[in-house]
Design a binder for this molecule. Sequence first.
Ligand code: SAM
Length: 217
Amino acid sequence: MSAFPPNPDAERMVRFQTESRGVRDARVLDAMRRVPRDRFVPAGHRADAWADRPVPIGHGQTISQPFMVALMTEALGLRGSERVLEVGTGSGYQAAVLGELASEVFTVERIAELAGTAARTLEDLGCANVTVVIGDGCRGLAEHAPFDAILVAAAAPAVPGALRDQLADGGILVVPIGESAGVQVLTMVRREGARFTIEEGTGCRFVPLIGEGAFDA
Ligand code: SAM
């Protein structure tokens, strides 16, 4: 991503919404200081860009709360060399943060208009290692698998099997699991060879994952 001058709004967001709630990974915090979140928010909602909540981006979708972006990103434990898949591009903000922390990011969005806007924003900002794909992310992206890390930015009724199968050995998948309109649980799936372990984290609230094996539109 192109270099941006220090931003006091980003600094406040990181300090009071993420660090203060226990996010410790310095690389994640630095990435969130650098990525200009306001560029991913529609003009009519710019004033809310740094607020401690999800913000509407059109089509009934939202850019996730900064804390949730930080928490899910930290859970992936990225060190810089990874190939990452995100399901649910939305505004492209989460993908830009992942792009600062990993080698290559693929992000899938089912709503073509959102994908187009996100791709343009990412290109304008020089996020050259992020590729936006239009489609049903429940199927993953077999042609680019395996992935060292997969982040699902929408709530699924259960761990999507195709995504689990596209994890690299030693890889991790983070996905909110639960009812489409209720409280969900942030769930981490780790792969060690043929063995998968599941760990449940904090409660969360995401828009539904819509597609094969998930919720209906
Ligand atoms: N990560 C996004 C950001 O940084 O702005 C926020 C994601 S928003 C909470 C969830 C997104 O998932 C929506 O844009 C929605 O259209 C998308 N989505 C839902 N089901 C999907 C699917 N099966 N494949 C791809 N995208 C999906």
